[in-house]
Design a protein around this ligand. Structure first.
Ligand SMILES: [Zn+2]
Length: 171
């Protein structure tokens, strides 16, 4: 039995799973993902969902993309739906599984909710900011320039939240 796998401690409970990184023979690679468990199967499998940022070169911003990943779920970890988990890459365990859960993170649901909440807030913030700017400049600008601005605001709404926050601070 291994006490530590990639700096995460072994769980209290023991298991006899051959594909458990702690109690079995499974080797893990140092390629980690954090995600939320959205589906749990009978056969020691689970599905996690993760949010990742994807760069959009045309607008020089990031957008949030959502991915799902099939992962191995060792019985010693007691993973439940809604838990936020740490996942490591392994050799292929089955046709669809190349990853194994190695840790259940403490801040399970609140973590994901806060990131999603942040996204909504900053989205509204950028919208309001865009409206204010439009009001202030309407008198000064010509019609052509207004048209340009409308397209600009559309771009801002699509943009990834963290990036827009930074933009606002620098402005
Ligand atoms: Zn185990």
């Amino acid at each position: 039995m291994k006490q530590k796998v990639l700096h995460t401690n072994a769980p209290q409970k023991e298991c006899t799973d051959r594909n458990c990184p702690f109690h079995g023979q499974l080797a893990v690679k140092n390629e980690l993902f954090k995600g939320k468990v959205v589906k749990k199967d009978m056969n020691r499998s689970a599905t996690i969902e993760l949010l990742r940022s994807h760069s959009v070169p045309k607008y020089e911003r990031y957008e949030v993309r959502r991915s799902r990943m099939r992962v191995h779920n060792p019985p010693c970890l007691d993973v439940e739906i809604g838990h936020s988990v740490l996942v490591a890459r392994t050799r292929p365990i089955s046709k669809t599984k190349n990853h194994v859960i190695i840790q259940v993170l403490e801040s399970s649901e609140s973590d994901m909710k806060s990131t999603l909440g942040l996204a909504k807030e900053s989205k509204e913030f950028t919208k309001n900011k865009a409206r204010k700017e439009e009001k202030a400049r309407v008198g000064q600008e010509e019609k052509k320039q207004e048209k340009r601005k409308e397209s600009k605001t559309n771009v801002q709404e699509r943009v990834q939240p963290e990036e827009t926050i930074n933009d606002n601070e620098t402005n």
